[in-house]
Design a protein around this ligand. Structure first.
Ligand code: ADP
Ligand code: MG
Length: 317
């Protein structure tokens, strides 16, 4: 499950980690009020969609007056923002987050995922903050430092210090960075996250260490342990067909092609998609109806496949 940046920042704040003050707004009148309440000249208006890369697409704007804040928000509301993470159809901006601007000294990348080989969470840190981590990984992998840790013991301070110093956090700010990294590592496990990405974590001219962006995804299989997280789900951001599929326990992911796939088993579903692709077609979806699928599940799956206007044929494998 994905959540918005402002929700991720609220979780960070609740865990005692440094994030900018901000307000969540769905009208330009709210944006104006938010700017006035924040009482800092520099503020940032940020489109709230479940995708990164907003900065380059016009979804993050620095403003220096209430009028500029309103203007920035008006340029976002109702717009389908297209970033490298949204797909070509883009994602509609319904709400924005207005937060205090920081005087940035440097930007760093911090991310945590589960390493399936070591079967532990691994923190990745890089001096190349603000950049897409996939690009850094492909072009300059030596600039990504890693530290695995056990969920029980957490990330130890020495490892956190090695990462922070290794990516170039200045000596005077190392203690603050260590607190942030250790706290983030703990939050990742406590909330059963599948991804926690702070890009950028910034050092500021005033001598602070603060998360300017935050992306947190949760392991859907663990959501039953976290009632507190279910209100954070935003169905507006999810594909209607995927929502319907989740009601029937179908593993369904919508794609852009024209051949619907109805398959038992995730491995066979992947192989079927590969074969379609190999022969010049393109799959409209990934679908694993599961081994013990009932008549009701299969009926629901067909209904979902056929509701997709792009589907010209269905391959049942
Ligand atoms: P995205 O990753 O979706 O492009 P970010 O939240 O990372 O969005 O914002 C993009 C850039 O905007 C950041 O790398 C940073 O330089 C700047 N920025 C974001 N939030 C702030 C802030 N509160 N103060 C100053 N600059 C900011
Ligand atoms: Mg970012």
């Amino acid at each position: 499950m994905k959540i918005h940046e402002y929700q991720a920042k609220e979780l960070l704040r609740a865990a005692g980690l440094a994030v900018p003050q901000g307000r969540y707004c769905s009208t330009s009148a709210e944006v104006k009020a938010a700017y006035d309440e924040l009482e800092t000249e520099l503020c940032v208006v940020k489109a709230q969609i479940h995708a990164g890369g907003r900065g380059k697409a016009g979804g993050v704007k620095l403003v220096r007056s209430a009028a500029e804040a309103e203007e920035a928000a008006d340029s976002m509301f109702g717009v389908k923002l297209i970033t490298h993470q949204t797909g070509p159809e883009g994602q509609e901006v319904r709400r924005v987050w207005v937060e205090e601007g920081s005087a940035i000294a440097s930007e760093y990348y911090i991310g945590i995922v589960v390493d399936r080989e070591t079967q532990e969470p691994v923190m990745m840190a890089s001096s190349e903050g603000g950049m897409e981590i996939e690009t850094v990984a492909a072009e300059t992998p030596e600039l990504i430092l890693k530290a695995g840790y056990s969920p029980d013991a957490g990330l130890n301070e020495a490892e956190a210090r090695r990462l922070a110093a290794g990516i170039g956090v200045p000596e005077a700010l190392l203690d603050q960075a260590v607190v942030f990294l250790v706290g983030l590592a703990k939050l990742f496990c406590e909330k059963d996250c599948s991804l926690a990405e702070i890009n950028p974590l910034a050092t500021t001219e005033g001598g602070g260490v603060i998360a300017l962006d935050a992306k947190i995804n949760f392991d859907s299989n663990a959501l039953f342990r976290h009632e507190e997280l279910s209100p954070l789900r935003d169905l507006d951001e999810e594909d209607a067909k995927e929502i319907e599929a989740s009601r029937f326990d179908l593993n369904y992911i919508a794609l852009d092609g024209s051949i619907g796939c109805m398959v038992n088993g995730a491995g066979l579903a992947m192989a079927s998609m590969d074969v379609i692709q190999l022969h010049g077609g393109s799959p409209a979806n990934f679908l694993d109806v599961g081994g013990g699928a009932t008549k009701e599940n299969v009926t629901a799956a067909f209904r979902i496949l056929l509701s997709d206007e792009k589907v010209k044929a269905v391959l049942v494998n």
